[in-house]
Design a protein around this ligand. Structure first.
Ligand code: ZN
Length: 440
């Protein structure tokens, strides 16, 4: 019987990341119908009667599942490079918070658009975001073609009357499933040190009542853990568990200062962790014990955090930082091998998001979120090991084409839905205004 598909894509090799599939399939063929992968495998095993509306040949490209950036604050690209090399509290209070005071919804729209372009151009197809003016962020996701899980970050410090909880819930309900399902939503208390227990409990109840997950920061700094011990006599993770936060789908970022007991509780509750090696190193927060977390059964994805503390949103670079940091911190070169690191950046990251079982692998029935990495640069030669070249040698500039939800959003490094120059112009002007200068 004739199989009708929208895209037939043949490429040099594919890393499917799917259950039961080989690690690498050479001379691969991917057939896409609608927003899903209809068939993927070796070209020689392909179904014979296929009629494709679009035939794409990329004999120099590797296909991988698009990266999932599990923790970022996309619009913070507007503060990229503004206030580097400062202590965390000084950075926050003298640079970031005063700048954020001046933010508008339009700033967040343009900032998130710039971040989306940057992420797509480094092979990322989904991201988990927590920030403010999320209507602007959602519109940018809808316009750029990327996929995202969005959360309006709230704290009781800036919301003493808990009015923003309602606003945050309304945002979740309004945008969940919008843009052909590319947008999903979560609730988001900023952290335990900025939210009272009462506030967290109210937020957790709203999330439970509405079937929503929660995205928050957890155990990022030593100071945060000291705060929890002094105020609650227990760790941040134990307190959050007591407040019910782990009873819903929870995505927690950083987890640098977890104890073994914390990890045990979180593993039992199925909590997902966003590991942010670049940000943790730059802010000198410490080193998350990723190998231990994974041994205990926690799902750990990789995230860039915001560009103000990274300073880019390049998942290829973040993946490399993750594996190198795991090795040097354990003095074990076998820690976090390339394949496991790539799995964290794709399949495991996908599990951290609501609806994440439909992304993160190239296989029949999965959403067609795929990045194609060109192999013609000098640093990709020779080719002893496809996965090694992707994890240890590739750079964002090698990402040539990206599909999200069955459609190309970038082809030959050209964005198809957004005007890149206009986005950069808008962001440069807005960033200058935000930091109080008239011109860049
Ligand atoms: Zn963060």
């Amino acid at each position: 019987m004739l199989m009708k598909v929208d895209y037939s894509i043949r490429c040099r090799a594919m890393v499917p990341m799917a259950e039961g599939a080989p690690d690498v399939v050479r001379d691969a063929l991917i057939l896409i119908r609608g927003n899903k992968v209809e068939w993927a495998g070796a070209a020689k095993d392909a179904p014979v009667d296929v009629s494709a509306a679009n035939v794409v040949n990329m004999p120099h490209a590797y296909a991988i599942p698009g990266f999932v950036n599990t923790h970022t604050h996309a619009a913070m690209v507007l503060m990229r490079g503004f206030g580097d090399d400062l202590a965390l509290q000084e950075w926050l209070t003298t640079k970031i918070f005063p700048t954020e005071e001046g933010l508008t919804g339009d700033d967040v729209y343009w900032g998130t658009l710039l971040a989306s372009i940057e992420m797509i151009k480094s092979g990322c197809t989904s991201f988990a975001d927590m920030y403010f003016f999320m209507e602007g962020a959602a519109q940018a996701v809808a316009d750029s073609g990327i996929r995202a899980t969005l959360a309006r970050s709230v704290s009781s410090i800036s919301d003493p009357n808990a009015e923003k909880l309602k606003e945050s819930l309304e945002f979740c309900l309004r945008w969940n499933g919008v843009a052909d399902g590319r947008i999903t939503t979560m609730m988001s208390p900023h952290s335990l040190y900025t939210c009272s227990p009462y506030y967290v409990r109210r937020l957790v109840n709203l999330a439970k009542e509405n079937g929503l997950g929660i995205h928050t920061h957890l155990a990022e700094t030593k100071r945060e853990e000291q705060y929890a011990m002094e105020n609650f006599g227990m760790s941040t993770a134990r307190k959050m568990d007591e407040l019910g936060l782990f009873d819903v789908k929870a995505l927690v970022a950083h987890c640098v200062w977890l104890s073994d007991e914390d990890m045990g509780i979180m593993a039992e509750k199925g909590v997902c962790v966003a590991h942010n090696p670049g940000s943790n190193m730059k802010i000198a927060s410490g080193i998350a014990r990723v190998t231990d977390m994974r041994k205990k059964g926690l799902t750990v994805g990789i995230g860039t955090d915001g560009a103000a503390s990274n300073n880019n949103l390049d998942m290829l670079e973040e993946m490399r930082l993750a594996t190198l940091l795991a090795k040097v911190s354990t003095l074990d070169p076998t820690a976090l091998p390339a394949r496991e690191t790539l799995k964290m950046a794709t399949l495991d990251g996908a599990k951290c998001l609501p609806g994440g079982d439909t992304i993160g692998a190239i296989a029949h029935g999965m959403k067609a979120d795929i990045a194609f990495i060109d192999t013609r640069a000098e640093h990709m030669c020779p080719e002893h090991d496809v996965i090694s070249n992707i994890v240890y040698a590739a750079s964002a500039a090698d990402v040539d084409t990206v599909f999200v939800d069955g459609k190309p959003v970038m082809q030959g490094r050209r964005m198809l839905y957004v005007d890149e120059q206009e986005v950069k112009r808008q962001c440069a002007e807005r960033a200058a205004r935000l930091v109080g200068r008239s011109k860049v």
